[in-house]
Design a protein around this ligand. Structure first.
Ligand code: UTP
Length: 226
């Protein structure tokens, strides 16, 4: 049975409108897919993490402390998805890669957040993909792929449908000093995937049919990095 890691951006899990309905539909799709594929899901922190990090920083907390709060937010989001998955997933988000591997012995779907200060869930999902021998890492976000530039600032930016790991590294590495929401995948995660030669699929996670295609290895709309 193939293993796939799904990195779910916080922007997908934490939205204002009607999100329970989306998360329920996402959970149903994942349960369905898990009969043929073992799926590990890593959830991002989104607005929840940004709120605590911003307010904590204003209160003088150390960066390490802020990262720990960010990690708690990613785990809170993991629990939201777990709530929808019920008995099909682990109940408590594993706190490290070893516990994630152990959790996979009991359930085909494993959901977790962050693990350690100083990184993001892009890096966590990349390390996990390497650890569990995943055939691909699917990054689901609210952008439909990797663009030549930030499409919000650069109207002429175009989506890159296929690229190599080296090309992705050039793109995100060049931007790493001003990393922000315009970068769909961070440099640390990109270099871990390049080293392990694990393909990355970047898709708009709001389109569940398309997300499903990316997870199961069928043609999809987005960016394929290999
Ligand atoms: P995210 O992975 O959501 O960070 O974790 P991000 O990439 O900054 O968020 P988006 O994609 O732009 O929405 C949220 C925060 O939690 C901490 C970091 O501070 C991170 O910015 N974190 C997360 C860690 O320190 N370690 C982890 O393993 C995961």
């Amino acid at each position: 049975m193939d293993t796939v890691v799904l990195s779910l951006g916080g922007s997908i899990l934490v939205r204002e409108e009607d999100n329970a309905r989306y998360i329920q539909a996402l959970a149903e799709m994942l349960i369905n897919v898990s009969s043929a594929i073992r799926v590990f899901v890593v959830t991002g922190g989104g607005r929840i993490a940004r709120y605590y990090i911003r307010e904590g920083r204003a209160l003088g907390a150390s960066e390490d402390f802020l990262d720990e709060m960010g990690i708690e937010a990613t785990r809170l989001n993991a629990r939201l998805l777990i709530a929808a998955l019920g008995d099909h997933a682990n109940r408590i988000p594993p706190k490290n890669y070893e516990d994630a591997v152990l959790a996979a012995e009991r359930s085909k779907l494993v959901v977790m957040g962050g693990v350690a200060p100083g990184i993001t869930t892009d890096a966590v999902s990349s390390i996990l993909a390497d650890r569990v021998g995943a055939v691909r890492l699917v990054n689901a976000t609210v952008v439909d792929g990797v663009y030549t530039a930030d499409p919000e600032k650069e109207p002429s930016a175009t989506r890159i449908d296929r690229m190599t790991h080296e090309e992705l590294l050039d793109l995100v590495g060049a931007d790493s000093h001003r990393a922000g929401p315009n970068m769909v995948f961070d440099a640390a995660g990109a270099s871990i995937l390049a080293r392990a030669k694990i393909p990355l699929m970047v898709v708009d996670g709001r389109d569940l049919e398309n997300l499903r295609s990316a997870i199961v290895g069928k043609p999809f709309v987005g960016t394929a990095v290999s």
